[in-house]
Design a protein around this ligand. Structure first.
Ligand SMILES: *Cc1c(COP(=O)(O)O)cnc(C)c1O
Length: 408
């Protein structure tokens, strides 16, 4: 039987017949590339000349002193080109597209970050590029739409359904079915049908490979706990993978939104609100109602606001290898504020979820313990959301004007 990417029952590839041959080609190309040291070297080369790899680890001396517990280190994925770990995935898939001899890429995007990353990769490699985006998101993310178009991408506004991310995913699949011969669908996280979960986490595993070496060089031993935020799960798997067989506690932090009790969150593995189902071509925990209709999710961080989650993480939740927690919007904005003031770093709101959980746990740990946080991205993009959350009267007029301009 063909390997369909099952992780203790999660995952798989539930595909329309017409896409089976395209997925077979992708699985084969990926498996060959994965086993080829020349391919990995090609990948490392482009990431080091185009996207600042290896990204450093930073000792957060002031935060460590502030909490008086474990020593806190930060893996700096915010220093990647386009500002987040997403570059690792899109550049890797770009190299595979070249190997398959295809000339066009498509992607879906909600918050716009994956769209910008994919359009950037397409510009660099000379591919045609189409980005699908729900009408609601197009309005919310005007600056990202602007840059995608300047990068040469065609941005297609999706007016079906609720006009958000899941509708954009459906449109992208429709495009793929029509244009399989020339086109590759660049999925943005470790979700979707096999081989995407395995493939995306393979490219992201560069984070943990580097971090393991870096912390050993600096501290002479492995960290005690590693924290990463979890949207689809790609940056978390990226840093966790290199430590799965070590005595290191791994903590995934989901969006607690307005609090788990309110139902306004995106906690699939850290709450009891999600259930196992099959949607968008794979089996995992989804936030869905009894009829399998997807629920509305909420998070201050657009990148964590997703109904499904990586099947690989679902497996590790089930067997207990990874612990899952939730941080609320309020805790996240407070953690962001403290990190900016203490360390001069501006993490993305997504990444700040990992910081928030660390700040809850670090004080109770010993001064000898070591914590590693994956800072998945930088927070410049969040300026209006954060300004809104702080509601500083000095900035209120300006924020209102700008918010109108961007959300109008
Ligand atoms: C997109 C994004 C995420 C969420 O995606 P994962 O696949 O869960 O990593 C997290 N952080 C940042 C900065 C992002 O842009």
């Amino acid at each position: 039987m063909k390997d369909r990417g099952y992780y203790e029952g999660f995952g798989g590839a539930y595909l329309p017949e017409i896409l089976v041959a395209t997925f077979d080609e992708l699985v084969e190309t990926f498996q060959k590339a994965k086993d080829d040291p020349v391919f990995w070297q090609e990948y490392v080369d482009i990431m080091s000349t185009y996207s600042c790899r290896p990204t450093p680890i930073t000792f957060a001396e002031n935060l460590t002193r502030h909490f008086g517990g474990a020593r806190i280190y930060i893996k700096r994925e915010d220093l990647n080109h386009t500002g987040a770990h997403k570059a690792n995935n899109v550049m890797g898939q770009g190299l595979l597209v070249k190997r398959m001899g295809k000339s066009r890429v498509i992607a879906e995007t909600g918050a716009g970050q994956h769209g910008v990353a994919t359009a950037t990769m397409a510009a660099k490699f000379g591919f045609k590029c189409t980005i699908y985006m729900g009408e609601v998101d197009v309005r919310r993310q005007r600056p990202n739409v602007f840059w995608m178009e300047r990068l040469g991408a065609e941005v297609v506004t999706v007016r079906e359904g609720t006009r958000i991310l899941k509708d954009a995913i459906n449109e992208a699949f429709r495009d793929w079915v029509t244009n399989m011969d020339t086109t590759h669908y660049v999925l943005g996280t470790a979700c979707g049908p096999h081989p995407f979960p395995e493939m995306v986490s393979f490219f992201q595993s560069i984070i943990g490979k580097e971090a393991r070496k870096q912390i050993l060089e600096r501290e002479g031993r492995l960290p005690d706990r590693i924290y990463a935020c979890v949207g689809g799960g790609s940056n978390a798997l990226g840093i966790f993978k290199a430590f799965l067989n070590d005595p290191v506690e791994l903590v995934g932090v989901e969006a607690g939104g307005k609090g788990l009790a309110t139902g306004k969150h995106a906690s699939r593995l850290s709450s009891k609100d999600a259930s196992i189902g099959v949607a968008q071509g794979y089996k995992t925990y989804f936030l869905q109602d009894n009829d399998g209709q997807m629920k509305e999710t909420h998070s201050v961080a657009a990148g964590l606001d997703y109904v499904g989650v990586s099947p690989i993480l679902a497996q590790y939740a089930e067997n207990g290898r990874i612990r899952f927690e939730a941080a609320t919007d309020r805790e996240v904005v407070d953690a962001l504020s403290l990190t900016i003031k203490k360390e001069g770093l501006i993490p993305a709101l997504e990444s700040a979820h990992a910081f928030a959980q660390v700040f809850k746990e670090a004080p109770a740990m010993s001064k000898e313990d070591i914590i590693l946080i994956n800072q998945s991205g930088r927070g410049d993009k969040d300026i209006f959301t954060v300004a809104d959350a702080f509601a500083d009267p000095k900035w209120q007029e300006f924020i209102k004007e700008k918010a109108q301009e961007y959300h109008a």
